[in-house]
Design a protein around this ligand. Structure first.
Ligand code: GLC
Length: 560
């Protein structure tokens, strides 16, 4: 097929991998960069790879191990780049393949690994294969690479089944055939501009193994797999009937999500990855009904990590947190994979806002809430997350304590979920507002040419510049926590926590010499002083062997 991508820079043997432990990923802290909103190198109002490259020293100094970049591939941007038109090209709005190469090299030189996003469930409707499928009409072999079906009803005017798009509305769109008549329908679990591949077709697997090699040859250290639970659909695409359609985290396996057949794909991918040196990894974005099902994705011959969305969806509540931590560790132990922990990403309400919302609201609902409470809980939740065994993910801007932007005017919104969202609140632009680097200046240092989503007027006070060196700032809390994590092997290592007796609403656990106490209540609680305070998300006072842990505060102790 004729791909419109430029030639790749010379394959990477020159891009030396980062030195370090082979199992670096088991306790790595991985920072998510959302390229549109991180830093704008060319002043067009949109973040880009050059912007990321110039800010790598910031990430090194923050103390993370790796950087995961959301998609920067050629794309019409119907879903902010999760609609890929060419998997081997960089979209001009983000730069060129040479910029990607420079970014990988510079990151490695700084000791940072680079993980790229891979979007295999669907392509853009502008992908060569889909354009050809439309042009060649019903019955053509090119249609078999997607899910085309005749409609139901007398004239095929009804969708082939009752599935709904995650972004709202039917999961099917009817096409106009080359002869101008209304024709077949195609499946898209997300926007109509994101047709789902038919993974039963061998060409799809061949193409993706080749795409993997392309980026592995470029020197990337791993892949985050988008909608990793979605590629295989149940035989015959059965109706859901009365079965409730679920959006992301459900109680059940759906005919389009978490089908057992996806695991065959990952076993094949693992063989490809393992041909390469450098301890590279896969991480699954798999919204499965339970952590036990998530564990299937990280069996020894499949992927390395999977995001822990059950943890992300847990409220700021000691009992709920203890349950999800135990259940996660128990689920991962038999497959030998590390647990992962995540609080925010580009799809959910930032946790500094979410934790101020009344319990029971989902991860997608955006209410302003009490910012002080939200931030206090967010800081405490971060120290709790970073004290757990396994690997943790940090979403850009959370280290600044950024809240979600809940009052974006309708005319600036870009999330397709907002426009298709009958009956759901999933508008994700609020967590995607470009981050502030400086107190003042155009777009607070994001770039010289403004910002593709407007930033709130108080963003300067939350900037990297404003928080750097400021005792007690959220940025300095993250820096200190990540520094402790780097110095002490006992934080991320292993797979066990020893729970200590604690008052209701308080979590306390020991890991070797290290003790973590998280007070999720609105009142200060007395706790034994477990040794030397390493770090705390609020003010701890100690007297006569007793410590007062304030409301919504986490403290780390060492020794005793
Ligand atoms: C994943 C991405 C999300 C995207 C969707 C479709 O859930 O994280 O941003 O809209 O997949 O690709």
């Amino acid at each position: 097929m004729s791909q419109q991508h430029s030639a790749a820079p010379a394959p990477n043997s020159a891009v030396s991998a980062v030195e370090g432990r082979p199992d670096w990923w088991r306790d790595a802290v991985i920072y998510q960069v959302y390229p549109r909103s991180f830093a704008d190198g060319n002043g067009d109002g949109m973040g880009d790879l050059e912007g990321v490259r110039t800010r790598l020293p910031y990430l090194r100094d923050l103390g993370v191990d790796a950087v995961w970049l959301s998609p920067f591939y050629a794309s019409p941007q119907a879903d902010a780049g999760y609609d890929v038109a060419d998997y081997r090209a960089v979209d001009p709005m983000f730069g060129t393949l040479l910029d990607a190469d420079a970014l990988i090299r510079d990151a490695h030189a700084l000791g940072l690994r680079i993980i790229v996003d891979l979007v295999p469930n669907h392509s853009s409707d502008q992908y060569e294969w889909f354009k050809r499928a439309l042009a060649e009409g019903p019955g053509s072999p090119s249609r078999d690479r997607y899910h085309f079906r005749p409609g139901k009803g007398k004239n095929g005017e009804l969708p082939p089944n009752d599935w709904e798009s995650i972004f709202g509305g039917p999961a099917w769109t009817r096409v106009t055939e080359p002869d101008g008549t209304p024709g077949e329908w195609y499946l898209h679990l997300f926007a109509p501009e994101q047709p789902d591949f038919n993974w039963e077709h061998p060409a799809v697997g061949d193409e993706f193994r080749s795409i993997l090699r392309f980026w592995l040859d470029m020197g990337v250290d791993g892949f985050r797999i988008d909608v990793a639970h979605g590629m295989v659909k149940a035989e015959g695409l059965p109706d859901l009937g009365d079965h409730e359609q679920l959006t992301l985290l459900g109680n059940d396996v759906m005919p389009f999500f978490d089908q057992d057949g996806v695991h065959d794909i990952y076993r094949e991918w693992r063989l490809v990855l393992d041909e390469y040196s450098g301890n590279r990894i896969f991480v699954a974005e798999a919204w499965t009904p339970t952590v036990e099902r998530t564990a299937n994705y990280v069996r020894p011959d499949e992927l390395h990590q999977a995001f822990n969305f059950q943890y992300l969806a847990t409220h700021w509540d000691a009992e709920e947190l203890r349950t999800v931590v135990n259940r996660t560790l128990d689920a991962m132990r038999p497959v030998g994979a590390p647990a992962t922990w995540v609080l925010s990403n580009h799809d959910v309400t930032r946790h500094a806002t979410r934790f101020a919302n009344p319990a029971g609201l989902g991860t997608q609902i955006r209410l302003a809430g009490d910012r002080g409470v939200g931030l206090r809980r967010a800081r405490a939740a971060t120290l709790l997350m970073l004290a757990l065994p396994g690997s943790a993910y940090v979403y850009q801007g959370e280290e600044l304590g950024l809240p979600d932007v809940v009052d974006l005017p309708d005319e600036v919104r870009q999330d397709p979920a907002y426009f298709r969202g009958a009956g759901q609140d999933g508008f994700r632009d609020g967590c995607r507002v470009p981050i502030p680097w400086t107190r003042t200046g155009p777009s607070y240092g994001f770039g010289d040419g403004g910002s593709w989503l407007p930033q709130p007027a108080d963003w300067g006070g939350l900037s990297v510049e404003a928080q750097t060196g400021e005792p007690g700032s959220t940025l300095e809390l993250y820096r200190a926590a990540l520094a402790v994590r780097r110095e002490r092997a006992d934080l991320g290592a292993g797979d066990a926590v020893e729970w200590l007796r604690a008052p209701e609403g308080v979590l306390a656990f020991r890991r070797g010499e290290f003790v973590c106490v998280a007070n999720t209540t609105g009142e200060s609680v007395p706790m034994p002083a477990y040794g030397r305070v390493l770090l705390a998300s609020g003010e701890i006072t100690e007297a006569a062997g007793e410590a007062k842990v304030p409301a919504d505060t986490t403290v780390w102790w060492s020794g005793s």
